[in-house]
Design a protein around this ligand. Structure first.
Ligand SMILES: Cc1cc2nc3c(=O)[nH]c(=O)nc-3n(C[C@H](O)[C@H](O)[C@H](O)COP(=O)(O)O)c2cc1C
Length: 193
């Protein structure tokens, strides 16, 4: 099981490749507010489309880098928009790569927090439910508790950062739960050692 060394190192995934993405801005806002207690390193989700023929020890280099980043992290923060009431393809594709090898995925038991955002008041809640379902299939350590669903996101971002105080407080509370889950991993390590 993964063991925290020093301050928690989290991996961030934004479910959008858009340059001025609100999802990326939420990740950036959280990163700013977490420092120096923890760090979030954003993963590049520009991965090839999943192809089982190309998977295995010789999987594409960017996929191996992506998997390594998850292995090395204490937890994962996913911030996603909703596309057509579902998971954006880019995020689903990344999670499919991360889910393999079957039974040995870097995401198994890894604490994962899901945050959804939307310009609509619904906050991408349907995408959030689908991401959680996918994480359930993978066996990830889904962070439970109040769901972080940020609606009307347009007015909550300034200069590429989430600045809305209430949303930040709520999301940082969920990040606390994620970090607490990672610390429990460390405790389990001690108990098992
Ligand atoms: C293909 C597509 C489908 C979308 N479908 C939804 C949707 O079902 N629900 C929703 O709330 N917003 C939907 N939107 C609007 C996105 O929430 C909005 O574009 C958002 O800003 C995208 O996230 P980003 O800022 O991180 O790129 C859709 C946008 C696109 C491009």
């Amino acid at each position: 099981m993964h063991k925290i060394v020093g301050k928690p190192r989290l991996v961030g995934m934004a479910g959008s490749l858009r340059r001025s993405s609100y999802s990326s801005a939420v990740l950036s806002g959280l990163r700013e507010n977490l420092l120096p207690a923890a760090q979030i390193e954003t993963c590049d989700l520009r991965l090839p489309l999943y192809n089982e023929d190309e998977d295995g020890p010789a999987a594409p280099e960017e996929v191996r880098t992506f998997r390594e980043a998850i292995w090395a992290s204490d937890g994962v923060v996913i911030v996603t928009p909703e596309y057509n009431h579902g998971i954006p393809g880019v995020l689903k594709n990344a999670l499919d790569w991360a889910s393999r090898p079957f039974g040995e995925s870097a995401l198994i038991d890894k604490p994962v927090l899901v945050i959804s955002v939307s310009p609509a008041f619904t906050g991408g809640v349907r995408a959030q439910a689908q991401v959680n379902e996918t994480l359930l299939a993978i066996g990830a350590g889904i962070v439970t508790g109040p769901q972080v669903v940020i609606g009307s996101i347009t007015g909550k971002i300034q200069d590429g950062l989430l600045v809305d105080g209430e949303s930040l407080r709520f999301a940082l509370g969920a990040l606390d739960r994620l970090i607490a889950m990672s610390r429990n991993d460390r405790t389990s390590q001690r108990l098992l050692a």
